[in-house]
Design a protein around this ligand. Sequence first.
Ligand SMILES: [Zn+2]
Length: 691
Amino acid sequence: MPRHLRSGRRALLLLVALMTTATVGRLPAQQAAPAAGIDVAGMDRAVKPGDNFFLYANGTWIKDTPIPADRSSYGVGSILDELTSRRVADLIKEAADANAPAGSNLRKIGDFYSSFMDTTAIDAAGLKPLQPLLDTIAAIGDRTALARFLGSTLRADVDVLNATNYYTENLFGLWVAQDLDEPTQYSPFLLQGGLEMPDRSYYLDPSEGMAAIRTKYQAHVAAMLTLAGIPGAAAKAAAIVQLETKIARAHWSREESGDVLKGNNHWAASEFATRAPGLEWGAYLGAAGLAGAPRFVVWQPSAVTGLSALTASEPLDTWKSYLTFHAIQSRAAFLPQPFAQQTFAFYGVVLSGAQKPRDRWKRGVSATNIALGFAVGQLYTSKYFPPAEKARAEAMVANLMAAFAERIDHLDWMAPSTKAEAKAKLAVLKVGVGYPDTWPSYDGYEVVAGDAYGNAERFGRFKLRTNLARLGKPVDRSEWVMTPQTVNAVNLPAMNSMNFPAAILQPPFFDPNRPGSMDYGAMGAIIGHEVSHSFDNTGALFDATGRLHNWWTPEDFKHFEASSKQLAKQYDAYRPFPDLAVNGQQTLGENIADLAGLTAALGAYQRSLGGQPAPTMQGFSGDQQFFVSFAQSWRQKEREQALRRGILTDGHAPDEYRALTVRNIDAWYAAFGVQPGQTLYLAPKDRVRVW
Ligand SMILES: [Zn+2]
């Protein structure tokens, strides 16, 4: 259930983020300063709006813009990503040169980045920083010591609902979040982990391609051990991969893990010994800093049971080899360069198809952005997101919420009791605009100049400590999960809150130098999209307090499903290739959100006019500005391979079809004189109205 606006290239692993070619790129000069208003030159006025609204709004740009050689797609999102990444990189490098007061965030940013860049010091230190950890592993003499060591590896590195990351290379991962039964309290959520490849399927899928990856993986494990001077590398690698394969067998699939109703299992601390025998849980939880926690949410119970059993059944020496490899692998980015090079050869080339590692400075920017993301975000917003823009965005959000409330009142299909609950939910919705009300503190996070390895280690522990400290405190719904320098938006379903980062509140989505019509068409539709997720079939699982409790009646669901079917059919008919159509069912939730978002944005735009006529601009009426701006906000070109992969795997429809949401809105027909017989024309009864 994707709740992000767009599926970005979110890194699966910190490691991969630090290895592969990705986001920080070169900004084409002609894109540096997007012009205010509608990009009239990028339109294709030879195309009738009613035949292909996407090409009408974007045709000339599509024709004239090549996809850069190192990319699989290019458009509004990538251009903004590039601009923002470049700005962030400059801010981080400035911090490194600033010689700011010791202990300040600016100093931490600068020292973190400079230390990462100091390969001379990193290479000279060799394995010395890692040695104490390797010695501790070597000294593990019994299962109690094993449990204690495993407990010491626990980090707050997973998230099932908000940032949505199910992966940890440690045996288990921790997420401290609002309890889904008692939403005023935080609970520790325990998730499966323990694999160094991204998912169980890499270990278990019988296909030839995956088998070939496994062979290369085992060679990679041996190579890493050899680099570290560990004797008997080949035999140990075989045993390590075997153990990971057993772990993979116990794992839940990604799809199962995404099912909130399956994952919400509460275990008392005292129950672990009987429900998941094997691991000495007292020793484990004590070493993890969780000795006092009375109960846990165990997200994948059979996996926790399976992994715990393996800690007792598998030879202690195998565990020690496994832990040695994990200790090296998960820290490779901060070790001497041969470790990073070997890691890239597997994770970059074999797993991601990358040609060459990203430049080190780009990896340094990424690492700093991960460890000190909100401190960097504070620099970013103070330079690029003035208070006037925050106020303008907040006013737009208020209008969107009012438009939504009005729509709920006028729904003929929703039961009165459901409407009341929907209104209650709308009333408590906490919408974060630009950046959090309170900046997260980095006090207690010690960054030491010249100690790249230690800075990364201390970050992991600092994050764990801050998360453990939340247990027993009231839930803070103003917390953010996306940094302000992220070009995206997110709905946090249990928290009944949303984050609209500053980096998406810029042209062409949001621009003070043009009429509001265009902002409502682009950014307003995005805000509406995210708000609507609170009221769709996923949103229906969480009530106004954030409790996991379905508040829809069976009749509401029936109606929702009926209009859903109609919308799914509409998208099934889009055929980018003779042999491949858009999958209306797979993209349904997001298409509904697009439709709801656009409808609410139009309502909000009309409210914003306060009864005054809309000014004509660049030859377009207010409604025309609104719709063209919407279609231009989906401007994107994709290579055939990427488009095909997206159609098969993405929960969102391809951007050019998202732009065609307009054909369900009556006002679009009036604005462009769309007539029967034109390709996109739908008779009024065939226009889908969910909200
Ligand atoms: Zn969405």
